[in-house]
Design a protein around this ligand. Sequence first.
Ligand SMILES: NC(=O)C1=CN([C@@H]2O[C@H](COP(=O)(O)OP(=O)(O)OC[C@H]3O[C@@H](n4cnc5c(N)ncnc54)[C@H](OP(=O)(O)O)[C@@H]3O)[C@@H](O)[C@H]2O)C=CC1
Ligand SMILES: CC(=O)N[C@@H](CCC(=O)OP(=O)(O)O)C(=O)O
Length: 310
Amino acid sequence: MAAKIFIDGEHGTTGLQIRTRLADRRDLELLSIPEAERRNEKMREDMLNSADIAILCLPDDASKQAYEMTAANNNVRLLDASTAFRVHPDWAYGFAEMDKAQKAKIQSARYVSNPGCYPTGAIGLIRPLRAAGILPDGYPVSVNAVSGYTGGGKQLIAQMEDAGHPEHLAANNFLYGLTLKHKHVPEMQTHGLLDRPPLFAPSVGRFAQGMIVQVPLFLDDLAEGTTVESIHEALVAHYAGQDIVSVVPIAESAKLPRVDAEELVGKDTMKLFVFGTPGGAHVNLVALLDNLGKGASGAAVQNMDLMLSA
Ligand SMILES: NC(=O)C1=CN([C@@H]2O[C@H](COP(=O)(O)OP(=O)(O)OC[C@H]3O[C@@H](n4cnc5c(N)ncnc54)[C@H](OP(=O)(O)O)[C@@H]3O)[C@@H](O)[C@H]2O)C=CC1
Ligand SMILES: CC(=O)N[C@@H](CCC(=O)OP(=O)(O)O)C(=O)O
């Protein structure tokens, strides 16, 4: 029997991209409510409780409401794209490649939290180095990033694209999160296995989709003997045996004059780079992804498939 899937928030940015990815799936029955009724609580509650898996593509408060609406119904499993449950101990974190045990946790979980787009890049770079003992306790990690403007959902899309919007943004590239209290810092710390919160500096560019996340490190302050090459080897070993996260060969990245934030648009994969000069003092770790691919909707479909494969 086809699994019943309801996307709560299916008319938003993340929801629409999930729906597009599922449109041709004959193994699924997509439950839906008309766009005009998207905030009709009774209809949402009925649909949520009719689903085998409900994918929540909503603001945090509405996700928490959907959780309450389904709490008494053991037949429905939730996959939440919001920030609401990303460090909650009862929820599996939906980043299957982050360690060897994570895939099985997602497969068997009733509740799965889809990672944030920036944390997918940051954790993808940091966690393997913490696990390998390369990044020591107390290291002051910084994460710098640029995102396509769809990362801010319908509101930011309208502000960037509609010149008549009362809060139109004319800037082609801007920094934000200037108080350094971005909502993604807790999940970067928890799932990055960091003992200190990272300093996170995000920005947005005038392109719809795509993302670069950078973690620059001082080699002298890492575990003794760490080199650009040994960091690369640790990442290659960590990501062996799967095809979603790839580590660009060091000889290839050494020849690159630049990294294009839009290179992976439309793809659900992520590329990691290790930049630096052999014998130099620094290394710059870079993750490249589509904020709506591995950063949101692509990851959600991957997680849904894992949940269905249990
Ligand atoms: N965009 C991205 O790159 C990423 C987004 N996310 C997260 O995914 C979630 C969805 O984001 P995104 O798709 O970008 O946001 P959008 O604003 O584009 O879409 C959200 C959708 O949810 C609907 N909605 C809002 N409040 C309610 C409510 N109380 N009840 C029912 N429906 C409601 C909105 O309807 P209305 O039009 O009426 O407001 C809209 O259709 C958020 O938590 C976001 O932080 C996660 C990773 C990346
Ligand atoms: C460009 C932009 O505005 N990005 C969003 C994060 C996008 C995202 O990952 O949303 P979640 O936090 O729900 O995962 C922001 O910085 O708030």
